[in-house]
Design a protein around this ligand. Sequence first.
Ligand SMILES: [Mg+2]
Ligand SMILES: [Zn+2]
Length: 196
Amino acid sequence: MMSGAIFLDRDGVINQLVYNPKTKEYESPLSEKDLKIIPRIFRPLKKLKKKGFLLFIISNQPSYAKGKTTLETLCKIHKLLHRKMAGKGIVFSEYFYCYHHPEGVVKNYSRKCLCRKPKPYFILKAKRKYGLDMQQSWFIGDQDCDVLCGQAAGIRSILIQERRSKNKRGQSQPDAYVGSLDEAVGIILKRNNMRS
Ligand SMILES: [Mg+2]
Ligand SMILES: [Zn+2]
């Protein structure tokens, strides 16, 4: 039987957004010490696993391309996140990161790429590789680009109304708005006709 997948954005969904005084915006963590996992996400993620969903992270990480940090640091942050999640029993099937940015400053990473959300590249890659049931699959994010990415791949989407990314929403029509990941999982199980 084909599995459904839950594609999760990372920053603002799995880990907290971090205030950057230089840009005066909430952004992705730029160092390991800035990585704080959002509380109360483990139980809903475990519930999804128990229901047979595969879990994926799809995340734009343009900080290196923009000259804000090194690739090595981004890699360290990723590994720490993986350890923290695995330590709580949550293992993702795969992490998909786009390190590009169309207006970056670092050569080779500053260009229009195929993989940056809202492009559906990584979802379609996962679909082929894992033989996913797209009818059962969802994207959960906190920004318009997450919703648009899911819609471009033909799957449903849920927008978490995270306070710190409020200015990155309002130009998309998700299938549902929620206040937490727990709430998102409740909606997914209900609309997929699965018992919670
Ligand atoms: Mg986000
Ligand atoms: Zn890319």
